[in-house]
Ligand binder design. Sequence first.
Ligand SMILES: C[S@@+](CC[C@H](N)C(=O)[O-])C[C@H]1O[C@@H](n2cnc3c(N)ncnc32)[C@H](O)[C@@H]1O
Length: 224
Amino acid sequence: MAAKKLNLPDTASVAHPGADGRLHAPSANRNAPVIRKTILEHAGISGTALEIASGTGEHVTMLAQALPGFSWQPTDIDSDRIMSIANWIRHSECKNILSPAILDATRAGWEKEYSGYDLILMVNLLHLIDTDGASVVVEGIAKSLAPGGTAMIYGPFLRGDDFASRGDEVFHKSLVDQNSAIGYKSFQTVQGWQASSGLMTKPAITMPANNLMLVAHKPARPLT
Ligand SMILES: C[S@@+](CC[C@H](N)C(=O)[O-])C[C@H]1O[C@@H](n2cnc3c(N)ncnc32)[C@H](O)[C@@H]1O
């Protein structure tokens, strides 16, 4: 599949040009340590890992350095991001990251090309896509995981119908003002999709800046 250029809202996906063709997202540096800690607590220290919506590539290189037991497959829909990810990988000299691949995770059936992962990480995507697309992503993650694998979905979410803060409400409004189909989903809705896709959900984990991490495990054997 050819990479697409996305027309994301200005407020949605901040990435500044940096050295050697590497884009830089300020939030990636801030949340990588807590994401690493959560992976260690819920997904162990080794296995195969797929990252959806890798963005600049900073997370995957930081996590690959910090968690050398995992073999990482970064992906993104956007050609500029794919280039940036490749440049971050080259710069890091990490051996446990595969070449970045193009993936539109809202395309039904994507998991047929990406399957058998012990860990799937996705950070800051669901509020940028529409509800139908978001449910396809979550279902694809459930199918793509190996038995016993772990899904980790990080981002800003509604708590029921409520925003976690005034800042979240303002950010959500800035998104829907630019595209009325996108914006925050409630974490309960996303956990419902995880459960109906056969995953066992854990209580939502509070992360910095009012974000949540939604962890769910695929049963080692099909539930009877
Ligand atoms: C806000 S950025 C998050 C990047 C990175 N995960 C982070 O937190 O720094 C959103 C990313 O999602 C990617 N994206 C948007 N729609 C996508 C889709 N349908 N499938 C996969 N990636 C997508 C964008 O290209 C962008 O890199």
